[in-house]
Design a protein. Structure first.
Length: 306
């Protein structure tokens, strides 16, 4: 186990290094001068140049990246070009909100997608199965921003039940969580249906039925328990997706998370914030994958991590 963890941690470091290089290179290719954006439209050329020197933007790209990498290794993600606040502080505050939104969204996705997929497999070929398949396709195909606006228009504007944006209490998370969970519901439902169909075809299920066990025990105690093992990997990937792909949802609902911070930073060419946010999302996704592998090995004793 320990050698496996050491290799995965080393691989995680290489992944983050590659992500940092790619993000750094891509940001330098985007047109626009961050110093000019910070100085404002009325700033004189010499003022902009002084600001570029102060921010180190006049140095060659490899020098800028070397300095940035050195700070990152020590845990310093730099300061925002706009607010001059430490990037790590802003990300820590915003990540808490993103993690809350992703957790609630995953709970919604599991509460809806898992029963839908299991019942669709049990009642294969029925109208319910066809309805669940159709809803899954719609959920996977529906644009997030469109669904968010529809929910706001109906539940907030027309009915007045839920707030439209921000985060002040528990009710503020309902609409963003449902919007973000739509794609995951479809993915979990399809995977649960496929896993249950495989499990229901095994010999031990036929043996359980031959013994006279009721269908609920056969499905719930025997088939579902084994069908959940491969589903763990999908759920873990969905959690990583929910953390990293929440920018659109957070923008629609003005949710104060990492996604909204990243969108604002891109609009203002705030390079340290962009780089820090992307690194945080990449690290979160990689850590989730590692935890899924460990949980998978715990649930299935046939798997050995070496």
């Amino acid at each position: 186990m320990l050698p496996y963890l050491a290799r995965r941690v080393a691989a995680l470091g290489l992944v983050l290094l590659a992500v940092s290089v790619l993000v750094f290179a891509i940001l330098r290719l985007i047109p626009g001068d961050p110093a000019a954006l910070i100085a404002g439209v009325d700033a004189r050329p010499e003022e902009v140049e002084r600001l570029r020197v102060a921010l180190g933007l006049d140095q060659p790209a490899y020098v800028q990246y070397g300095r940035y990498l050195g700070r990152v290794i020590t845990g310093d993600l730099g300061r925002s070009l706009r607010s001059q606040q430490p990037v790590a502080t802003d990300l820590a505050t915003r990540f808490e909100a993103s993690l809350l939104l992703a957790s609630v969204s995953l709970a919604v996705a599991l509460a809806v997608g898992l029963p839908a997929g299991v019942t669709a497999a049990v009642w294969r070929g029925t109208a319910w199965d066809s309805a669940m398949t159709t809803i899954s396709v719609l959920g996977a195909s529906m644009p997030t921003f469109w669904l968010g606006l529809i929910l706001i228009g109906f539940f907030s504007v027309r009915l007045g039940w839920l707030p439209t944006s921000g985060y002040e209490s528990a009710e503020y998370v309902v609409l963003p969580a449902v919007t973000l969970a739509a794609f995951s519901v479809a993915s979990i439902a399809r995977t649960a249906r496929s896993c249950m169909l495989d499990a229901l075809g095994y010999d031990y299920v036929r043996t359980a039925r031959a013994k006279g066990l009721c269908e609920g025990v056969v499905v719930g105690k025997h088939a579902l328990k084994n069908a959940l093992i491969p589903l763990v990997a999908v759920v873990g990937l969905q959690f990583g997706y929910l953390i990293g792909a929440s920018a659109v949802t957070e923008t629609v609902f003005t949710w104060p998370g990492v996604g909204l911070l990243l969108v604002d930073a891109i609009k203002h060419r705030d390079l340290p914030v962009i780089q820090g946010a992307v690194l945080l999302v990449a690290a979160s996704f990689a850590l989730v994958n590692l935890l899924v592998d460990l949980l998978y090995a715990t649930l299935d004793p046939r798997i050995r991590l070496t």
